[in-house]
Design a protein around this ligand. Structure first.
Ligand code: IMP
Length: 432
């Protein structure tokens, strides 16, 4: 249902890649501000407009709506090369971009450290996107590193890189991880030596002109806009089960994916709608427990039919049946007030199953990595449908079985489903 709202959060409900970009693009039509609140270049939000498909990594998915203000908040790990590229795209579509001065900058050394740590971890690697996310947030919480506002002068950047012996530590870590060898073995296309201080300062300043034209105190602006009753749409990255606290730590990302990320960064605590996005089945990229994973033909069928290959990394995604205990838990921990089910069309013509519980699981326990790794799903068969649903325009166009599938999700999670998506296009989102 297209319900009115003033403050809404869109977040991935499970392991990310659920199709938030499309939902944000749709809701953005009624928004005054679209605000990306966490994550970085690890995210890949796809928006399809006509015959063009755009993959965004950093800027909010509202940039395709002219006249909107798109905000990158202080909690976003901002990679300058990706960011400046996307700013040019936003300008071409006539939207305004504001970047928070406090947002941490992802430096080339962060990407190199991400790679180096993953290689050093061998079989225990997390399977990160190698976008430097963990090292950037790590430094940020350690109160080190460059922030976007530092790009206003070369001396500020240099000071930020050397303050308190920061760069000396970086070099020691780089040598400890044999970064020279790692980079020779697996090129990140950095185009520079990430351990070279002067080159890093130059790299930052190369992007300074573009960035500085958009710097703002976005927290003050959003607080003011909230006070004036403007419509604020907050776009999360990844999913609730990849959140550092609520997810399957250490197999998670290094930021807050739930609405807590909005509260922590913008001081906004009440929302009219918290929209969790889930696929009609389950996917995961990287390592970590995945109870309903299908390591068989059906999994491969889901992967091919759903084009389940990473937007950022191109990696094949792990696929499986919808995991309702995980979704139920994620909705609770993320304060989700409604769900949108994406990729319902992918299930057409299949014999369907969903996991409704885990064997011998205490339903009160948190779904930690350990609990999930030991979970044995109990499946329930669900009636399928064979009609093409990609041309459905409204809820009543969907076959009874497809509506029944959605109804089962509502009953099992106790969260209403407000929309379903039956294809990648803007027009293929149906509000129930
Ligand atoms: P990082 O965020 O690159 O450090 O990766 C940590 C974990 O989160 C890995 O398992 C990644 O595959 C996963 N991850 C990070 N970003 C995304 C995303 O946008 N979609 C799905 N998984 C993600």
């Amino acid at each position: 249902m297209r319900r009115p709202w003033k403050k809404a959060v869109v977040t991935g409900a499970v392991f990310g890649d659920e199709g938030k970009g499309k939902v944000v693009d749709d809701l953005a039509e009624a928004a005054d501000f679209v605000i990306r609140y966490m994550g970085g270049g690890n995210a890949g939000h796809t928006v399809v407009i006509g015959d063009r498909s755009y993959a965004l990594h950093l800027l909010p998915s509202g940039i395709f709506r002219a006249g909107l203000t798109n905000v990158v908040g202080p909690g976003v790990a901002f990679e300058l090369k990706i960011g400046t590229h996307e700013i040019a795209l936003a300008k071409a579509h006539g939207s305004t971009i504001l970047l928070d001065m406090g947002a941490p900058v992802v430096l080339p050394i962060h990407r190199a450290l991400d790679l180096g740590r993953e290689l050093a971890a061998r079989s225990q690697a997390i399977g990160t996107t190698k976008q430097g996310i963990g090292p950037t947030y790590g430094d940020f919480w350690m109160r080190r590193g460059v922030r976007l506002g530092d790009l206003r002068s070369e001396s500020r950047v240099r000071e930020a890189l050397t303050r308190g012996g920061y760069w000396k530590e970086v070099l020691a870590l780089g040598h400890f991880l044999d970064l020279d060898d790692c980079l020779a073995a697996d090129s990140l296309s950095l185009g520079m030596d990430p351990m070279d201080l002067d080159a890093t300062v130059r790299w930052c300043m190369q992007h300074a002109d573009v960035v500085c034209g958009h710097l703002a105190d976005t927290r003050a602006i959003i607080q003011e806009a909230d006070h004036e009753g403007k419509r604020l749409l907050f776009e999360g990255a990844q999913g609730i089960l990849l959140d550092t606290f609520q997810g399957t730590w250490p197999y998670c990302t290094s930021s807050l994916c739930t609405p807590a990320g909005v509260s922590a960064t913008f001081g906004i605590y009440r929302f009219d709608r918290v929209i969790g996005i889930t696929k009609a089945y389950a996917t995961r990229v990287g390592s970590g427990p995945f109870p309903t994973e299908l390591d068989d033909e059906t999994g491969e069928q889901l992967r091919q039919r759903g084009h389940e290959f990473g937007t950022t990394t191109g990696r094949p995604r792990r696929c499986g049946w919808l995991d309702l205990p995980a979704l139920r838990y994620a909705c609770r921990m993320g304060g989700v007030t409604e769900l949108i089910i994406t990729k319902l069309d992918v299930l057409t013509g299949m014999n369907l199953f969903v996991a409704t519980s885990y064997e011998e699981n205490d339903t009160r326990s948190s779904l930690t990595a350990e609990v999930m790794a030991n979970a044995v799903p109990v499946y329930s068969a669900v009636p399928g449908w064979s009609q093409d649903i990609t041309t459905a325009k409204q809820w009543s166009d969907l076959p009874l079985a497809a509506r029944g599938f959605v109804g089962k999700i509502e009953r099992e999670t106790n969260v209403p489903v407000s929309g379903v998506s039956v294809g990648p296009e803007r027009s293929q989102l149906i509000w129930t």
